[in-house]
Design a protein around this ligand. Structure first.
Ligand SMILES: Cc1ncc(COP(=O)(O)O)c(C=O)c1O
Length: 468
């Protein structure tokens, strides 16, 4: 081994053992050279080697720092060959309890802190509608939703190169109602519905409420939906619909690439499976490169898209939508029989906001803030949590998924944190049958603060204390 490789190896070991933690500075070139008895050029070569490996990062005039990426990503699970079955999720009550508490540090909730939202623009739009169109704002909205808002949504799809007509959009109370209505309209009790594993627990609950059977296809942190496995499952089972989150899956934050999306669409078309796409995180690519919704790539007319404004604008507005394709008429009827229509004031205010305000500017700031938050969270976890903790490295969305060492009782850690006012989401929530008991999901929607730093430190200590 060359001298610089030996030095790089020693530094790598110190980092792996936690002697040098994420975010900390490596010894200077001069210190490294004198403490290891090598030349400055050799010390520089060792640091460059660590930089190439993504373990260290050079900062101008400051030296080399340990990268948060030094933590490993969660292990990929072997896919379990299970038959379709009922959703069982005993932790649902924990979620409902957490959602009704307002005293928690909301690391459990995939929502944005108020300071990341355009509060004044939204408030101004609401006042504008009440002042200038009070009758419309306080009347029933049409069951399909206000045309002004449907047109605004269509325009955003047009910017992405997806052709969507306002006539095929149905406004809903968030993406959750969009998914529930779509499932209720397109399936019958006993049908099999394919979902990713892990996936958003709301999707699992909607499936359970409609007495559908669930079949899981793995979603992999590095490349999203396992499309080969999806094809095998569709060959083996008759699957009525697949509810998929290809853009920044919650909880993994993983992204399914365009080729894989095309391939999964072709598989579903071949097997007569309808695709219900949940694209709620599509606008949150931290690089600003908005990934394609499946709808844009669909050549077979098999995609129904569900989405909402909840992850980019205030979620309490409760405005989402369905792009219903050939099923639009049935979906409008379902919406009518469910709630008659959505909330008029919010729909008109959002249409006004989208027309008059610079959404792109807000999104640019938001994406940058989320990328920063995620990086700080990863650094904090690497600094404070047990050394073998694995952390996903997403490129968008609102979630950070962690895998704790096997000997840590993750549920006990979750409960102890809750007792101290810190919310986290235990991994089993995201599986139909209790998988991921060693995982946790944290939200990236909270800007970095001393409180957050202290909470991460505390969580790390609680995890270490709950070793079996
Ligand atoms: C993947 C996914 N779909 C749907 C929802 C629900 O969205 P909404 O608040 O618009 O109903 C969420 C919320 O966290 C989500 O993560």
């Amino acid at each position: 081994m060359l001298l610089y490789e030996q030095l790089a190896d020693q530094l790598r070991t110190q980092i792996a053992q936690g002697a040098l933690r994420a975010g900390e500075r490596l010894p200077s070139i001069r210190q490294l050279a004198s403490s290891h008895g090598v030349s400055a050029a050799t010390a520089v070569q060792a640091c460059l080697q660590l930089e190439r490996e993504g373990i260290a990062q050079a900062r101008p005039r400051s030296g080399y720092f340990v990268q948060a990426a030094a933590t490993a990503t969660p292990a990929t699970r072997p896919s379990r060959r299970r038959a379709p079955g009922a959703v069982s999720n005993p932790m649902l009550q924990d979620v409902l309890d957490m959602l009704s508490r307002d005293d928690l540090l909301p690391l459990h909730s995939a929502t944005l802190a108020p300071e990341l939202l355009p509060q004044s623009g939204i408030t101004a739009a609401l006042s504008h509608c009440l002042r200038h169109a009070p009758l419309a704002a306080l009347d029933y909205a049409p069951p399909q939703g206000h045309l002004a808002l449907r047109r605004q949504i269509t325009q955003r799809y047009a910017q992405l190169g997806a052709s969507v007509s306002p006539d095929e959009i149905v406004i809903t109370a968030g993406a959750m109602e969009a998914i529930s209505l779509t499932l209720r309209t397109l399936t019958q009790p006993g049908d099999v519905v394919l979902v990713e594993s892990p996936t958003y627990h709301g999707i699992l609950q909607a499936i359970a409420a409609l007495h559908l059977k669930v079949l899981e296809v793995p979603n992999l942190p590095e490349r999203g939906i396992d499309v080969e496995r999806l094809d095998q499952l569709l060959q083996k089972h008759q699957v009525r619909a697949a509810v998929l989150v290809p853009n920044f899956n919650n909880p993994l934050g993983s992204l399914t690439g365009d080729d894989a999306k095309r391939s999964l669409l072709a598989s579903c078309a071949r097997h007569g499976t309808i695709v219900i796409e949940d694209d709620i995180y599509g606008e949150l690519a931290w690089s600003g490169q908005r990934p394609s919704p499946l709808r844009r790539l669909d050549r077979h007319g098999i995609v129904v898209t569900c989405s909402s404004f909840s992850k980019i604008l205030p979620p309490g507005l409760r405005v989402g939508w369905i792009v219903g394709a050939d099923w639009t008429d049935a979906l409008v009827r379902a919406k009518y029989f469910s709630t008659v229509g959505g909330a008029s004031l919010q729909q008109l205010a959002l249409a006004h906001y989208l027309q008059r305000h610079d959404l792109e500017r807000h999104l640019r700031r938001l994406r940058k803030a989320l990328a920063d938050n995620a990086q700080r969270l990863r650094e904090g976890i690497a600094r404070y949590w047990p050394a073998e903790t694995r952390t996903c490295n997403p490129s968008g969305g609102l979630s950070l998924w962690l895998q704790l060492p096997q000997d840590i009782d993750t549920y006990a850690t979750f409960e102890a944190a809750l007792a101290e006012g810190i919310g986290t989401s235990p991994g089993t929530l995201f599986s139909s049958r209790g998988d991921y008991a060693d995982c946790l999901r944290l939200s990236c929607g909270l800007p970095w603060s001393e409180t957050l730093d202290r909470a991460l430190l505390r969580l790390g200590k609680l995890a270490a204390k709950n070793r079996r």
